[in-house]
Design a protein around this ligand. Structure first.
Ligand SMILES: [Cu+2]
Length: 324
């Protein structure tokens, strides 16, 4: 598809803000040092054929946990929008799980189900960015980012194989597009909190200062552009290695870049999907241009994932968005 402009928006959640990032052009992405990203999940980058991304609608947070806003989802159109606080239920769809806690320090499986407006588990999901379910986990201080693609059993129970979690308060997000029912075709992002008991659970890391550069696995990612809340702007991301442009970015989930963002404080979530498809066998880089429109001011922790040589790299950096 076109590389050109794809915008995808993601919704964010923040208390009040929505972050919409649009990606234009295909590029690739950067890497940087990420916090605990596990290299396995997938990230995605684009919408695959589906055009519609998801649109989040705000709804009340019903998960009863932290009242953080939740993520919305993006819409296929260029504009996006939606802002919503993180919520376990939206548009009649609910993220349910018996897991209120998970163990610290070792891989753990998080099982959950998405129930539809009829109260029954949803088993029909549309493929979005090659996956029927995109699952994220992040600690309250925005460390420990994980992006996974869970497997679903016939009864609609999903199992997300999380890498070891540090003790603390976590929030998980399920991003999907129902393929049946009243919400068919509309992407949703639902979230729940999960506690990980253990030593240090109350400790929180200070959010790294906003910076335009981050490194990971030898790659340096530079982000240029200073988005202002509510105003469309461009974010240009360039990937270099040893001072030289990186041009061998590989398609990852049909894109050269995958970007998610979490708003400091309320863990609002935003997922940016590039609309350009990275054709199999093609390579991208070193520059990716994102059209960003961030409705909410403040600090956002960005997680960029890209692949080279068959290895997925995740870099994190803090982006300061000027208030409106
Ligand atoms: Cu994913």
């Amino acid at each position: 598809m076109s590389l050109s402009t794809r915008t995808r928006t993601l919704a964010l959640t923040a208390g009040a803000a929505v972050l919409v990032l649009t990606l234009t052009a295909c590029g690739s992405d950067p890497a940087g040092g990420a916090d605990g990203a596990n290299g396995k999940g997938g990230m995605a980058g684009m919408d695959h054929g589906a055009s519609a991304a998801a649109t989040g609608t705000p709804s009340a947070a019903t998960d009863g946990h932290q009242g953080h806003p939740m993520p919305g989802t993006g819409t296929a159109t260029a504009t996006a929008t939606a802002a919503a606080a993180p919520a376990a239920e939206r548009n009649g769809y609910r993220l349910t799980s018996a897991a209120e806690t998970l163990p610290a320090g070792a891989p753990a499986e998080y099982r959950f189900t998405v129930t539809g407006p009829d109260g029954r588990p949803v088993t029909a999901f549309a493929t979005d960015q090659t996956k029927r379910m995109h699952f994220y986990a992040i600690r309250s201080d925005l460390t420990g980012f994980q992006h996974l693609h869970p497997e679903m059993a016939a009864d609609g129970t999903w199992t997300a194989p999380l890498a070891a979690l540090t003790a603390g308060g976590w929030r998980v997000y399920a991003s999907f597009v129902p393929d049946s029912g009243p919400g068919k075709g509309t992407g949703l992002v639902l979230s729940r909190t999960v506690d990980v008991p253990g030593e240090g659970a109350a400790a929180t890391a200070e959010l790294p200062a906003a910076t335009g550069t981050a490194t990971v696995d030898g790659y340096t990612v530079t982000v240029e552009g200073a988005p202002a809340a509510g105003r469309a702007g461009e974010l240009k991301v360039t990937v270099t290695r040893d001072g030289r442009p990186v041009t061998d970015l590989q398609p990852y989930l049909e894109t050269f870049a995958h970007l998610t963002a979490f708003h400091a404080g309320d863990q609002a979530f935003a997922h940016l999907h590039p609309q350009a498809r990275a054709e199999a066998g093609s390579t991208g880089g070193p520059t990716l241009s994102f059209h960003a429109e961030l409705p909410a001011g403040g600090d956002w922790r960005l997680f960029l994932q890209f692949q080279t040589g068959g290895t997925l790299h995740t870099v994190a950096l803090t982006l300061r968005v000027a208030p409106q």
